[in-house]
Design a protein around this ligand. Structure first.
Ligand SMILES: Nc1ncnc2c1ncn2[C@@H]1O[C@H](COP(=O)(O)OP(=O)(O)OP(=O)(O)O)[C@@H](O)[C@H]1O
Ligand SMILES: [Mg+2]
Length: 250
């Protein structure tokens, strides 16, 4: 689904990433882990087109997308959620999901203000689709609530619903469990598996090792901008270099 080939990234004198190469298999959950500052978010920024890499290429389903801006990548099915939740706080939960769907229709969000009959039909279908996604992530009953009033955990779910509404082939999630309590994290684990079971490929950056080990099919470990290891959760847990990177020499 995704292939990163020889990715390097320098910010001025700082080498944030070097020689990162791995593949994300279709309909799998891949975890990208590593200590703070390892380069995980930078890698997502490069995969989604927010930053150009200094070296290397990003391939989606075999097609080199390295030169495409983020919107074009999203239209090809590469969609992400952010480490810090980014919602429209004054809009309702349902409207937050509808915004994403409007970008895919012919009317667009501004033309909708004029409300032609065919636009009303389109509007209704968008509303129905948005509701289905809220239902899928389990917050349908909050459709009419202002997004800014949601608890942190529900905001996360809304962000996921909005990303899913874009119909991704590959969903990148940056620390989806950060700030969630243990019950919310368990529900998130189920949700991520059900996303994968729908055929959507998932790659996530996460510090919650219990979650990562439970749901990931394969793991990539970054440390100081380099690839330290790659393998199944079991292989990674047994890898001495990984244990050292996390816990120090002692
Ligand atoms: N836009 C930028 N300009 C300069 N340096 C940056 C920029 N973005 C990231 N960096 C640096 O690149 C390195 C990797 O940062 P990154 O945010 O990718 O780490 P991370 O693995 O996501 O860490 P965390 O687990 O804390 O989120 C850090 O040293 C960071 O300061
Ligand atoms: Mg990060």
């Amino acid at each position: 689904m995704l292939r990163l080939s020889g990715i390097g990234k320098r910010f001025g004198g700082l080498t944030a990433l070097q020689e990162i190469s791995f593949r994300v298999a279709p309909a799998s959950i891949t975890g990208i882990i590593g200590p703070n500052g390892a380069g995980k978010t930078t890698l997502f920024n490069i995969a989604t087109g927010i930053y150009p890499p200094t070296e290397g290429a990003v391939l989606l389903e075999g097609k080199d997308i390295s030169a495409l801006p983020p919107e074009k990548r999203a239209r090809l099915g590469l969609v992400r959620t952010f480490q810090n939740i980014e919602l429209f706080g004054k809009m309702t939960v349902l409207e937050n999901v509808m915004v994403g769907l409007h970008t895919q229709t012919k009317s667009g969000i501004f033309a909708c203000a004029f409300r032609m009959p065919w636009q009303l039909r389109e509007e209704r279908s968008i509303r129905e689709r948005a509701k289905r996604w809220l239902d899928f992530v389990g917050i349908a009953e909050l459709a009419g609530v202002e997004a800014g009033k949601l608890s942190f955990g529900k905001g996360r779910l809304l962000e996921i619903a909005r990303a899913l509404a874009l119909d991704p082939k590959l969903l990148l999630m940056d620390e989806p469990a950060a700030g969630l309590n243990s019950k919310e994290t368990q529900e998130l684990a189920k949700l991520i598996k059900s996303i994968r079971d729908r055929g959507v490929t998932v790659a996530l950056v996460e510090h919650d090792m219990d979650l990562v080990m439970e749901i990931c099919d394969s793991l990539v470990v970054l440390n100081l901008g380099s690839m330290l290891a790659e393998g199944t959760p079991k292989e990674i847990q047994d890898n001495p270099a990984v244990v050292t990177a996390y816990l120090g020499e002692e």
